[in-house]
Design a protein around this ligand. Structure first.
Ligand code: TXA
Ligand code: MG
Length: 344
């Protein structure tokens, strides 16, 4: 479905599916979502079942206009109004104290609810046609990279859901920034396209990162976004991030790749336009130019999925410490690598 030429009949059909308790996958500007009626506990239960996701991991409620926010949250802090003014619709999710209207099944038993107003026109049309509140996690099987194409959704969800709306490739390719607005100081639970600096510009105060974002939680500490505690965004192969000067990274990866191949492993490398010609592994992916962080972000998940398809058993990646979205890119990459980072 073309964002600029929305098929109203299909949207109506999809909206009816959701109103009747069914599930529809749909494009957003970040990743594809798996949508169900956020106010229907049975729909949320179906979402958890389709994804194979633990039901203590809450869902984001998607709305299409500001008026829809007030019936589901207890209060909207002034700072949240300002953030909404600037970044909604868009890739920002805010956490509020929830009202009774939102079932516990949707929020994994929490007394808060995460809310996002996406900017993708298909998503907005679908939310309106579905009664105004769509609970939607990323439309992948739990533990796999989020889908950036309808084809990825089909790979994971075929036979498990009622409909997929194909809107082509998503724009951003990483999930929304999540900010907890229930504490005095806004707390970033998941980095995304909207950066800490972009938030602070509007807030005129400092925002903080949750410990889980910085990767310093231990087993007895719970991240504020329950999803951050699960193994996530994981390719099937064993993945390692290699940090250091360009030459050293390349020669280290080439040495390791040769050794692994001699042991019968299938080796893939995530490289950049500048470096991809310098590797000797079987499969080297050019994820984008070093300076083009939007390209890197939008290709990351598809690259991880392609490595799964190709049966890679060993994956090496360069580091992408780009200025803006770099934090979000590295947050996902480090999880995909299960924190295996080597400095050379
Ligand atoms: O870009 C996105 O946000 C995509 C698209 C589809 O909108 N959705 C998405 O949903 O990434 P999901 O379910 O894959 O990730 C939601 C994250 C999880 O880590 C979850 O734990 C956290 O949000 N979360 C949801 N509700 C929360 C709450 N009330 N408090 C704290 N964290 C919450
Ligand atoms: Mg997800």
């Amino acid at each position: 479905m073309d964002e600029n030429n929305i098929d109203q009949t299909a949207i109506q059909q999809a909206g009816d599916i959701i109103k009747n308790g069914g599930l529809v996958a749909f494009p957003t500007e970040t990743v594809y979502g798996l949508g169900g009626d956020a106010l229907n506990p049975e729909s949320s239960a179906k979402i958890y079942a389709a994804k194979g996701r633990p039901s203590d991991n809450p869902l984001i409620v998607h709305i299409a206009d500001m008026d829809a926010l007030y019936p589901i949250v207890k209060s909207v802090p002034e700072a949240a109004v300002r953030l909404a003014d600037k970044y909604w619709p868009g890739p920002l999710t805010m956490v509020f104290k929830k009202k009774e209207t939102v079932p516990d099944e949707t929020t994994g038993g929490l007394d808060t609810v995460a809310v996002r107003m996406p900017s993708h026109k298909v998503a907005l049309a679908l939310i309106s046609a579905s009664g105004g509140y769509i609970a939607a996690p990323s439309a992948n099987v739990s533990g796999r990279p989020s889908p950036t194409l309808a084809q990825h959704v089909a790979e994971d969800m075929n036979g498990r859901i009622d409909m997929i709306i194909d809107g082509g490739a998503v724009e951003i390719g990483l999930e929304s920034t999540i900010v907890d607005m229930t504490s005095k100081q806004p707390l970033i639970l998941r980095p995304g396209y909207i950066t800490k600096e972009m938030l602070e510009q509007v807030l005129r105060t400092e925002a903080a990162y949750d410990k889980a974002v910085l990767g310093v939680t231990s087993a007895d500490e719970h991240p504020r976004a329950p999803g951050m505690k699960y193994k996530h965004y994981a390719p099937a192969g064993d993945m390692v991030i290699v940090k250091g000067s360009e030459d050293q990274v390349i020669s280290y990866i080439n040495e390791q790749a040769a050794e692994k191949r001699a042991q019968g492993e299938k080796v893939g490398v995530i490289a950049t336009q500048e470096t991809c010609m310098k590797y000797t592994a079987e499969d080297v992916v050019n994820i984008g130019a070093r300076t083009d962080e939007e390209a890197i972000a939008s290709h990351l998940y598809a690259t991880l999925r392609a490595f799964d398809e190709a049966g890679m058993t060993c994956i090496y990646s360069e580091e992408f410490d780009t200025p803006r979205i770099g934090q979000a890119i590295m947050n996902r990459l480090i999880r995909a690598a299960a924190h295996q980072i080597i400095e050379v």
